[in-house]
Write a protein that binds this ligand. Structure first.
Ligand SMILES: Cc1cc2nc3c(=O)[nH]c(=O)nc-3n(C[C@H](O)[C@H](O)[C@H](O)COP(=O)(O)OP(=O)(O)OC[C@H]3O[C@@H](n4cnc5c(N)ncnc54)[C@H](O)[C@@H]3O)c2cc1C
Length: 517
């Protein structure tokens, strides 16, 4: 299969990019692949909303820029922050024209406030903003005849010069598992877009769905594409304590904004001693405070008490949280919610320029898998959906210009070899894969999580090496499986986070090493 553009990932960034391109030039041929169904993504779970300056009477670009720079702890790219904030309003209006609706009050957008924002500027749809955006984008994308959508197709590796035996430093598409056909297929394209999201599944608790295993990052690493800022992993302070470890459910910051308070199991409102802003201190401060309490009280959770919020407010603004808690026997507002911090967002990723181009020619990275310079050492709440919209638009514009240039002839793409044999197995997941995945998650949580030490990082590095050796032996002696594919990527990213963490000698934003405190 050869297309003009291959888009890997169908969250907000991949879908927005494809719609932008198709609207401007419907003749461009595109194929979009997603690992699970079209809908499953980090985007789907976003609750809070999109940070956009839209009330120009009270708010201003300058204020949003200042808030973003402050959250980023001196590590943001100021020029990027400026254009993302300034272009946000137009992108939001586009999203509304495509069918996304947001909560309104007296005919105007109902703007919420989140930690770190000096004004009310979060555009939202109840506590289901992401799901609602994702559905609107999917409906829109289906109206373009030149876009092919392939669900349950998983990126294995990018096709680069290494496979084509050319010297130029370029990307020509990807090898992809077709789960239905039970084989690895070759999809060649003039331009390849990585919009594969984050890697929260690297940790024992994560707000991300299980499929967030950093596949795009792993493939980019094997293609020797430059990565940046991987140790800046943002942990959300309040995720519902899961029944078993793994994917957990987010209790949005807006609940604390509405008045919920944090208590340890001794009944102490501990945030009062940690920060004058108490529960509304920035995310990294609240997450570290909770983790400290958890370690000191030797419990694996703390309480979030939302009894001051009236039932009708829960019903109007947080219906999903209300329902999820109810299904677990937690009756809001009277019962407190047991919460834990959970891996939430990757501030770093594939280094890209202001057009979302990576350093490998004809490979772009958009959204959470990219490092644009917007977030620096700490993402300001609700800035990531905004970043995806702005960079998807910029990448689409640049791609259309790029497509006017000269490309290799079709025979060149045809000559790229198939994946080495049809070495893929759907039927038998290798037993030890699950064990190594859990071991890796445990290791990352204990030594490369919210708190790090130099010794812990060394222990993690050694252990990751061992897991790598064991898994590499499996890789060399078995057919590739879906789980093996994910685990290889997780190991690569765990290794990179650990190595890059050892190079950081200053605590900044979400990065915290006890040895530099
Ligand atoms: C619980 C939760 C709440 C959040 N709340 C907010 C919020 O309120 N505001 C905000 O701004 N941000 C929020 N975020 C962050 C934000 O949702 C994400 O950063 C953003 O949606 C990422 O979009 P994306 O398009 O880059 O990736 P995603 O939406 O994660 O999409 C990734 C896509 O890549 C595909 N993919 C992955 N690996 C492969 C592979 N190997 N092969 C093929 N396809 C693959 C997936 O199938 C999926 O389609 C939240 C995140 C979570 C998890």
């Amino acid at each position: 299969m050869t297309k003009d553009i291959l888009v890997i990932g169908t969250g907000i960034s991949g879908l927005t990019f494809a719609i932008q391109v198709a609207q401007k030039n419907p003749d461009v041929t595109m194929v979009l692949i997603s690992k699970s169904d079209l809908n499953e993504s980090n985007t789907k779970y976003a609750q809070g909303g999109i940070a956009v300056v839209s009330n120009f009477k009270k708010d201003s670009f300058e204020k949003h820029i200042k808030d973003t720079l402050q959250a980023g702890a001196g590590s943001c790219n100021e020029q990027v922050v400026k254009f993302v904030v300034q272009e946000g309003y137009e992108r939001l209006n586009e999203l509304i024209r495509w069918g996304a609706q947001f909560d309104k009050k007296k005919q105007k957008l109902d703007l919420a406030k989140e930690a770190g924002h000096s004004e009310n500027r979060i555009v939202h749809y109840k506590d289901q903003t992401g799901q609602h955006i994702q559905e609107a984008l999917i409906e829109k994308i289906k109206t373009f005849p030149n876009i092919e959508l392939l669900e349950r197709h998983t990126l294995v590796d990018l096709i680069t010069d290494h496979h084509s035996k050319q010297k130029a430093n370029s990307c020509y598409g990807a090898y992809v598992i077709s789960q239905e056909e039970e084989k690895i297929i070759k999809i060649t394209a003039k331009i390849t877009i990585l919009s594969t999201g984050g890697a929260g599944s690297l940790y024992a608790h994560s707000t991300n769905p299980d499929i967030a295993t950093g596949d795009g990052l792993g493939a980019a690493y094997r293609a020797r594409v430059r990565m940046e800022g991987l140790p800046y992993v943002q942990f959300h302070p309040t995720a519902l304590r899961p029944q078993v470890k793994g994917h957990t459910f987010l209790i949005t910051e807006a609940v604390r904004g509405a008045g919920a308070k944090l208590f340890n199991t001794q009944g102490e409102r501990f945030m009062l001693k940690n920060d004058p802003r108490a529960e509304l201190a920035p995310r990294d401060i609240v997450a570290r405070s909770i983790q400290r309490e958890i370690e000191q009280q030797k419990e694996d959770f703390i309480w979030l008490d939302g009894s001051e919020i009236e039932l009708k407010q829960w019903e109007a603004h947080f219906p999903t949280i209300l329902q999820t808690c109810k299904s677990l026997g937690i009756s809001l507002p009277k019962d407190p919610i047991p919460v834990v911090p959970a891996a939430h967002y990757f501030c770093g990723g594939i280094k890209v320029n202001e057009k979302s181009e990576s350093q490998l020619k004809r490979l772009y990275a958009i959204g959470e898998c990219s490092a644009t310079g917007l977030h620096g050492a700490n993402r300001l709440a609700s800035n990531s959906l905004l970043e995806s919209l702005v960079f998807a638009h910029r990448a689409a514009h640049d791609t259309l210009l790029e497509l006017k240039k000269e490309f290799p002839k079709e025979s060149f793409y045809k000559a790229i070899p198939k994946w080495d044999g049809d070495a893929y197995s759907n039927s038998t997941e290798i037993q030890s894969i699950k064990k190594y995945r859990l071991e890796l998650q445990q290791l990352m949580t204990q030594y490369v999580g919210i708190f790090k030490t130099n010794k812990g990082l060394q222990i993690a590095e050694k252990h990751i090496d061992k897991i790598y050796e064991a898994v590499n032996t499996i890789y060399n002696n078995h057919k590739l499986t879906y789980g093996l594919c994910e685990l290889r990527n997780m190991i690569s990213i765990a290794y990179l986070i650990t190595k890059q963490s050892q190079e950081i000698t200053q605590n900044q934003g979400v990065f915290y090493n006890h040895d530099y405190a």
